[in-house]
Design a protein around this ligand. Structure first.
Ligand code: ADP
Ligand code: ADP
Ligand code: ZN
Length: 220
């Protein structure tokens, strides 16, 4: 199973990618998490990426595509039989690069799942988002709070707010999404891969809708 999750910042891609990875026992690949891992470990790639991330801008395509190609080529992806991509592609050139990467492996995507959420809901989700710096679990101060305030349910680490979830940067990210990422909706629609799901429901409801949307692909 090879899936792509599409949706605005805060649409629930990370939350749903984790659920789908568990459901199908496939690998969750988040380019945001990969960049943050590099940034936190002070690698050259991480330092470069952070110049863009902190501003809410996209990391250049070439750098991002190379990182994804390396990750998709790792052995766990082959042994688990697939992946769910979260946060990639984010531009039409990245979408073309992904097709080329997969074609070179004689592979293709099974579906592109577009999680639609209105922008005012996205904003509320982003400014209330808290993340675990240790295990990458996601929370929301009111919509999805941890059992103990500011503490990760999974690993006990103290939760943090992402630098790019500040209101000003959030505004930039919406603009970047509209201009650079939303054209991918038509790109995948044209290829017959797009399945749109209402993301403005509880996380469990969204997961069920995504699973059934993929089910309709297998029957096509
Ligand atoms: P993305 O990866 O698309 O940016 P996340 O999965 O990180 O989105 O979710 C953004 C925020 O919204 C997080 O705080 C998360 O806990 C919360 N969230 C995710 N899905 C839902 C949902 N269906 N309803 C309410 N809040 C949600
Ligand atoms: P969100 O889940 O809120 O949409 P991500 O965690 O996916 O945010 O991404 C955080 C930041 O990492 C982005 O704002 C961007 O700077 C960088 N990034 C992540 N994925 C990509 C990508 N495919 N291309 C370019 N930059 C990316
Ligand atoms: Zn944790």
């Amino acid at each position: 199973m090879r899936l792509v999750l599409l949706g605005g910042p805060g649409a629930g891609k990370g939350t749903q990618a984790k659920a789908l990875a568990k459901h199908w026992k496939i690998v969750h690949i988040s380019t945001g998490d990969l960049f943050r891992y590099h940034r936190d470990h002070g690698t050259e790639l991480g330092l470069l990426a952070n110049r863009y991330m902190a501003q809410g801008q996209l990391v250049p395509d070439e750098v991002t595509e190379k990182m994804v190609e390396d990750r998709i080529s790792q052995s766990d992806v082959a042994s688990q039989g697939g992946f769910v991509l979260d946060g990639f592609p984010r531009t039409v050139p990245q979408g073309e690069a992904l097709s080329a990467i997969l074609a070179s492996k004689h592979q293709h995507l099974d579906a592109v799942l577009y999680i639609f959420v209105p922008e005012e809901v996205l904003e509320e989700r982003l400014v209330g988002r808290r993340v675990c710096p240790q295990c990458q679990a996601n929370y929301h101060v009111s919509l999805n709070p941890p059992k103990i305030a500011d503490t990760c349910d999974v690993c006990g680490a103290t939760l943090i707010q992402r630098e790019d979830d500040q209101p000003l940067t959030v505004r930039t990210r919406f603009k970047v999404y509209q201009e650079q990422t939303s054209p991918l909706i038509a790109f995948y629609e044209k290829r017959g891969l797009l399945r749109t799901v209402d993301g403005n429901q509880t996380p469990d409801q969204v997961t069920r809708a995504l699973v059934s949307a993929v089910g309709t692909v297998a029957d096509d």
